[in-house]
Design a protein around this ligand. Structure first.
Ligand code: UD1
Length: 437
């Protein structure tokens, strides 16, 4: 065991097929934007189905740091009142931790015509430019500067604009939507991202009195309104949490009913699972994935929605590492998303990365190892690999996984997986049946 073992670890004993039911929580990436957007009215907004994960909690703490009042009604419901924002210059430890803090730029700029926010952190999955956010804000009439790591956007008044996004970006589409909601006139965003959470944020803003049409298509039209008002809104289910548990069934040769989902949002994932030999049964708000036989090889390319999501790429990589034959995965959104490959190789996978393509030669089985979670989705995928592996796996740095998955280890235990979370690996190994690797 390496000296890396200090805290935030999973110990996983592989071999149990996961089976049973799992209930999916609210979409992290929708919730983050919606929580930020809720300050755009001075009235109290109620948001339901917020996942209780590290990123949403950090976002709320950061907002409280600038005077926003947030009442936790229950574990998944909050009331937000943004009438007491004291400061549009946000520079706190918290805000630097998460990428989605940039939504406060759009929200504050849209409401106060002024915002100062440090440039985002988040998962290290490749260079993450913000030129399209800047381009959109400028088109709406804001002066944008970046100094000492802080982006400052300021305008006397925001005016509608016709904006053509050079790349399909979820973040910039949502941010420009936020900034344009109260700009005078009709803003048009072309080549907009069509992800379910873009639609969810638009629906939320419309519930607050905005006039946004076309979200979910590549042209979004926003007629500026003079003010927004209170509303109660429930965040959509998390497409990626759902997809992760769907792949958990494939990887462990299990049978999982994934509940509280919108099957339409999962179509690209369901299609790949069927292609590799799983049965996928759709219900109104659930999908059941059953994997009995061998996993077949396939080819995957990540694309903007409705294509196969980049956030589901590592989970597919693990499944294909266990497939019969040679598969390829081409990552076309972020260049640094194969950081799980080295760890998976240590578990016995045969994967070669050439440029933005991983060539995966399937193997019969993986073996437990001491590994670490390189980022949120890669970490979750490696946990699934460990559940299918022979023997014990120790995963370090699982705080990354907790950025986006609520009760991840508990949900896996409820499905029959042998996983515990511990601060003290040595102690846990001593008193348990785990075989030390
Ligand atoms: C969001 C998600 C992330 C997901 C990604 C793609 C959040 C908090 N994160 O990230 O989990 O992996 O969508 O579905 O919601 N780009 C530019 N210029 C810009 C902005 C983006 O060139 O100004 C490029 C990026 O480098 C990337 C592509 O556009 O290649 C897509 O990025 P984007 O959709 O903006 O991702 P995020 O919003 O950062």
């Amino acid at each position: 065991m390496s000296s890396r073992a200090e805290k935030d670890h999973y110990i996983i004993n592989g071999g149990n097929p996961l089976s049973g039911e799992v209930v999916i929580g609210g979409a992290k990436n929708a919730a983050l934007a919606i929580i930020a957007a809720s300050i755009m009215t001075d009235e109290t907004v109620t948001i339901e189905n917020i996942p209780d994960v590290r990123d949403t909690n950090v976002m709320m703490e950061a907002m409280e740091g600038i005077g926003v009042k947030i009442k936790r009604v229950d574990r998944h419901t909050i009331e937000v009142n943004g009438s007491c924002v004291e400061n549009v210059n946000i520079d706190t430890e918290n805000i630097r931790k998460i990428r989605a803090s940039y939504y406060l730029l759009g929200a504050l700029l849209g409401k106060y015509c002024h915002a100062e926010v440090p440039l985002p952190g988040g998962c290290d999955i490749g260079s993450r430019p913000i030129d399209q956010h800047v381009k959109g804000f400028k088109a709406l009439g804001a002066k944008v500067t970046i100094e000492r790591g802080i982006m400052k956007a300021t305008a006397e008044k925001l005016n509608a604009a016709h904006i053509y996004m050079d790349v399909v970006t979820v973040g910039a589409t949502i941010n420009v939507m936020l900034a344009a909601v109260m700009a005078e006139g009709r803003t048009i965003i072309e080549n907009a991202a069509k992800e379910p959470h873009v639609v969810d944020v638009a629906n939320f803003l419309n519930s607050m009195g905005a006039n946004i049409k076309g979200a979910g298509t590549d042209v979004i039209r926003i007629r500026g309104v003079s003010r927004l008002h209170a509303c109660t809104y429930s965040v959509i289910p998390d497409q990626i949490e759902a997809g992760t548990f769907m792949f958990a069934a494939a990887i462990t040769r299990g049978d999982i009913l994934v509940k509280n989902v919108i099957p339409k949002h999962l179509e690209s994932i369901s299609a790949k699972l069927e292609e590799i030999g799983c049965d996928v049964e759709e219900f109104d708000d659930a999908v059941r994935v059953t994997a009995n036989g061998i996993i077949e090889a396939t080819h995957i390319k990540t694309l903007p929605y409705p294509g196969y999501p980049t956030d589901m790429q590592p989970q597919a990589g693990v499944a294909l590492a266990l497939a019969k034959g040679v598969s390829t995965i081409t990552e076309s959104i972020f260049e640094n998303r194969f950081r799980y490959v080295d760890e998976l190789t240590r578990m016995g996978a045969h994967i070669r990365v050439e440029g933005n393509t991983a060539i995966i030669d399937g193997t019969d089985g993986l073996t437990g190892a001491h590994i670490s979670a390189p980022d949120l989705r890669a970490g979750a995928a490696l946990a699934l690999a460990a559940l299918a592996a022979d023997g014990t796996t120790i995963i370090d740095d699982v705080r990354f996984i907790e950025r986006g998955y609520e009760d991840f280890d508990q949900k896996i235990r409820d499905l029959g997986g042998d996983i515990i979370k511990t601060d003290d690996v040595k102690q846990e190994i001593k008193r348990s049946k785990f075989r030390v690797v």
